[in-house]
Write a protein that binds this ligand. Structure first.
Ligand SMILES: [Zn+2]
Length: 286
């Protein structure tokens, strides 16, 4: 097995080359030499199940692995119980979308810790996650999906690697999604300099959760500008100031022999930058 690479959402070049519909994205992604595509539902899961099924069909035809980004409205750690429990509906929307697409991983931002002690936020988060899982079971949507809890980029968001690992312990279908750019931005840079810095993330997930989770890790990668609160803005690979550098990550995954899916979330050039990563990875792997 090999690592897989692809864009989160559609690159600017997808549209400038005259493509319009996301049904065309899997074929386009394949034509660029990529392997994966993340459907962006951050602003809400808006398409019809019929459209998702068409995207899924195109992905299967082109051998593209799909994942879904769940709405940003999920708030598992809100101070308001109604919002915590109400977040389940976004899980249901996302799971319906994932099933129609034939996608497995649903990427989730857990929520904010701004008004809470972090320990309390984590306990709220785990309980609300279990509630969402119960609701997915009731709707018969849980089997075959993986709930991916993402490491977050802002200091006041729930989602350090420690917190993500804790949340993953609530159930077997909950997995870590590692956004390396977020982790770097949250600590105001300097987190990932060498391949060993990246390897430690895979090692911790393998040891503290399960080796298979590390092997098949779903990842996000982009260079991200930060201020003292952490993440400010996604950049492109043109950036040389904020990082992190992707080259040591490619060396790390080639050395470890793991097969992660790496979704690039660069600002507008996600497909091009995903391909830059893939080419670098293939150089190390050869
Ligand atoms: Zn995300």
């Amino acid at each position: 097995m090999s690592a897989l690479f692809g864009p989160g959402g559609n690159s600017e070049s997808f549209y400038s080359e005259g493509f319009k519909k996301t049904e065309q994205a899997p074929g386009w992604v394949k034509s660029k030499g990529l392997d994966a595509y993340e459907y962006e539902g951050g602003q809400g899961i808006r398409g019809s199940l019929e459209t998702f099924a068409k995207i899924g069909e195109e992905a299967r035809k082109n051998g593209i692995k799909l994942s879904v980004h769940a709405p940003y409205f999920i708030s598992l750690s809100s101070v308001e119980e109604e919002k915590r429990l109400g977040s389940a509906r976004y899980f249901i929307d996302s799971a319906r979308c994932a099933k129609a697409l034939g996608a497995e991983t649903i990427v989730i931002h857990a929520g904010s810790t701004a008004k809470l002690d972090r320990g309390v936020a984590l306990e709220y988060g785990k309980a609300a996650l279990l509630h969402a899982i119960e609701r997915l079971h009731e709707e018969d949507l849980y089997d075959g999906v993986l709930l991916g809890i993402e490491t977050m980029g802002k200091v006041n968001q729930l989602g350090t690697l420690d917190e993500v690992i804790e949340m993953c312990k609530v159930d077997k279908n909950v997995r870590p999604v590692v956004d390396f750019g977020h982790m770097n931005a949250r600590e105001l840079g300097g987190v990932f300099v060498t391949a060993d810095d990246y390897k430690r993330v895979f090692d911790r997930i393998g040891t503290e959760l399960c080796p298979e989770y590390a092997d098949k890790l779903h990842c996000h990668f982009s260079k991200i500008e930060y201020t003292k609160g952490g993440e400010k803005k996604h950049l492109t690979f043109e950036d040389t100031q904020y990082g992190p550098a992707f080259e040591p990550l490619m060396k790390a995954i080639a050395d470890l022999g793991v097969s992660p899916t790496i979704i690039c979330e660069s600002d507008g050039t996600m497909a091009e930058d995903a391909l830059a990563m893939k080419n670098e990875y293939l150089r190390y792997k050869a």
